[in-house]
Design a protein around this ligand. Structure first.
Ligand code: AMP
Length: 282
């Protein structure tokens, strides 16, 4: 199936303006491509909640650090477009790097506080790059609603905050994480893993679920649970970036279960992949 593809902001905006003039609500699904069932769940949520859905593909260079996988990130535009078309999506927006960052581009977007922890620290500059590109995509599309995955919980929190702080007139909605049969959160980077590494990757959600259960059940100190979780992860993963229990909204570190809604966040490396996941505690 063929799907309409916009490559310039001007063309995409013209379509959004036309849809809105017809009274249609527009949904936006930003991605970096390498689409899997997790991305398609975002498209499906958008289709269920809006009338017209634009899926974007842009591998944003400003959110990759030195030595990360920018150059080897999956580039599967044809397959991605077909998947979105099959799901019923209405259009793709696939801008070039020069369309997004014309020469002389010099504006940064930094969300303080929420980015001072987790991936904001272990991938320096990453959250600023995400904030920058998502601010641009939201401003470019003027969609009614934009959809982001809960797998990237910190990213979702940061985007909700910047949309609020900058008066961006697009509602930000989260979509639950899509997992494989073993609970592994789907990720474009899972394709980097061999069979043995996938077995290790699948332990991540099991460890988080156990820690979440132990904390919710009471009787275990949170830092003890985190230490135990880290030890379990270290037994398989090449490197553990963090395992932490934090407030679901403010992302403040939590050392005592006090009725606040909290989640366990983890990031770890296996083979060529860096995996992240999070689980609700209560
Ligand atoms: P990415 O292409 O990895 O930048 O992801 C694009 C969007 O898809 C982000 O909002 C992600 O949080 C979301 N996403 C990625 N993987 C999943 C998943 N397994 N389940 C739900 N959403 C996901």
């Amino acid at each position: 199936m063929v799907i309409q593809t916009f490559r310039t902001v001007r063309d995409m905006r013209a379509q959004v303006t036309a849809w809105k003039a017809d009274g249609l609500r527009v949904g936006l699904v930003p991605t970096m491509g390498g689409l899997h069932a997790g991305h398609i769940a975002l498209v499906q949520s958008a289709l269920a909640q809006t009338d017209r859905v634009i899926t974007t593909i842009f591998v944003n260079p400003t959110q990759f650090g030195a030595g990360e996988d920018l150059d080897s990130y999956p580039q599967t535009e044809t397959e991605d477009s077909a998947k979105v078309a099959d799901a019923g999506g209405h259009a793709m927006f696939i801008p070039s790097a020069s369309e997004m960052y014309p020469s002389g581009f010099s504006t940064r977007v930094v969300v303080d506080g929420l980015t001072d922890c987790l991936c904001g620290v272990t991938r320096p500059g990453h959250m600023d790059g995400v904030s920058q590109v998502v601010t641009k995509l939201l401003n470019q599309a003027h969609a009614d609603v934009a959809f982001f995955g809960e797998k990237d919980w910190q990213q979702l929190a940061v985007i909700k905050r910047l949309a609020r702080d900058l008066d961006i007139d697009t509602e930000i909605r989260g979509v639950p994480t899509v997992r494989d049969d073993y609970g592994l959160a789907l990720s474009s980077r899972n394709g980097y893993l061999n069979a043995e590494e996938i077995e290790i990757a699948r332990k991540l959600n099991v460890v988080l679920k156990k820690a979440a259960y132990d904390i919710a059940a009471g009787g275990f100190a949170i830092d003890e649970c985190m230490k135990a979780a880290k030890a379990l992860m270290k037994a398989g993963f090449d490197k553990v970036d963090y395992v932490e229990c934090r407030d679901a909204e403010t992302l403040e570190l939590i050392d005592k279960a006090d009725g606040r809604s909290c989640r366990i966040f983890a990031a770890a490396h296996v083979g060529r992949a860096r995996l992240i996941d999070n689980h609700q505690v209560n």
